[in-house]
Design a protein around this ligand. Sequence first.
Ligand SMILES: C[S@@+](CC[C@H](N)C(=O)[O-])C[C@H]1O[C@@H](n2cnc3c(N)ncnc32)[C@H](O)[C@@H]1O
Ligand code: FES
Length: 450
Amino acid sequence: MEPFRHHLFVCTQAKPEGATSCPGNRSWQVLQALETELCKQGLDDEVQVSTCGCLGLCDDGPVMIVYPEGVWYRKIREEDIAEIVSSHLRSGKVVSRLVWCDQQEMKSEMIEHRDQYRAMVKAKDQAGILPDELNEMIRGFMPSRAVLTALELDLFSAVGNGRSANEVADKVGSDERATEMLLNALASLKLLEKRDGKFLNTAMSARFLSEGSRDNARPGLMHIAHLWDRWSTLTECVQSGTCVERDEREHSDVRDFIAAMDRNAKERAAAVVKAVGVNGIRRMLDLGGGSGAYSIALAREMPNLNSEILDQAEVVPLTHAYIRKAGLEERVTMRVGDMLRDPLGKNYDLILVSAICHMFSAEENRKLFRRVYDALAPHGRVIVQDFILEGGKTAPRFAALFSLNMLVGTRAGSSYSEPEYTEWLQNAGFSDIRRMRLPGPAGFMIGFRN
Ligand SMILES: C[S@@+](CC[C@H](N)C(=O)[O-])C[C@H]1O[C@@H](n2cnc3c(N)ncnc32)[C@H](O)[C@@H]1O
Ligand code: FES
């Protein structure tokens, strides 16, 4: 007995540009139409839909197999989906005009495809050609740079509901020819559409990259655009062992950085609140609290909680604006200070150290945790949140790459491993040290003062 009445597999195999493939024939759109239609016809709990790799029938895509019958559909269009759902999945009547009937022909095509694929892999290998995935990794900066430039110029807002390249160039004050080249490249990345010589935002760019949208992420993403410059110095940093000296950060850089932190923190705040546990916490210290997103989330959850944010002079006025907007000025206060040197205070029930340790050297972190221990009340807890590496330091990939982000951006920062955090916490006197698994890339650890 199957857990579902039907199990569907839709091919979504990505192929190099120019090769025929199911996604090239809109299999992702077919999948979307299928999910919508199943809901509409009340079958979403009866029918399980999965994506799958190449089925060897690429010229006839999109291809979909329906189990338990083992019916192979080919050349499906979004317009066919309502009929497949109502006729086949609801009433058991296969839509024969879309079914591959000649099994022998189907098998020959699959074998031919398999043999061609094997011959191509062998020929590439013999010729010593770079594998596609390596090529893609090395050229990965190209799409990234195109999108970052578009963000810097606020191009998606300028495109609005549809403008020609000339009109966009006019609006952002850029060169016409070059702007058209960039807009075309963004359309190739499916971040814009081009119709009758006009460019339009896609649903995704309109929602996340354009002014006026509630979810516009551009302010936070501008921080990534600033990181581009830092990452360009990586070779020099690896040679010298530390970041390249830079001029004072501009106010707009700090604002963009805090906006980026705020976005990340808001995404995780609910999970963090749950993991912290709310019992008996009245006084909290949020070290380097940035936008105050975690203090805000925790204060909302715990009506008796007062939180103090300690941050740098250039950040505290920005923090203040976030706290004021949240209406929590009475219970979330802030002060300027250096967490490595200035007094932290005493008798806190909770000290949050979120996205802090990666800025400092191992020795500075060891010292910081000793100071945190002293600032806690008996049985108080420290929460550490950061990109935590496994013992061997080669995984998770994001934490390993983030370590380079700290190399290019700080004097002695790095991502650190779970054994390192454990050692620092133990060394400071903490007990009951635990790692907790929360969704998302950041790691979460907790320790208690005796
Ligand atoms: C990466 S952000 C993390 C913000 C926040 N904790 C979060 O998780 O979203 C680091 C914060 O630490 C602050 N900071 C850096 N060095 C500091 C220091 N020595 N003393 C106090 N704050 C510091 C920065 O200004 C920034 O707000
Ligand atoms: S890409 Fe779908 S069958 Fe080959």
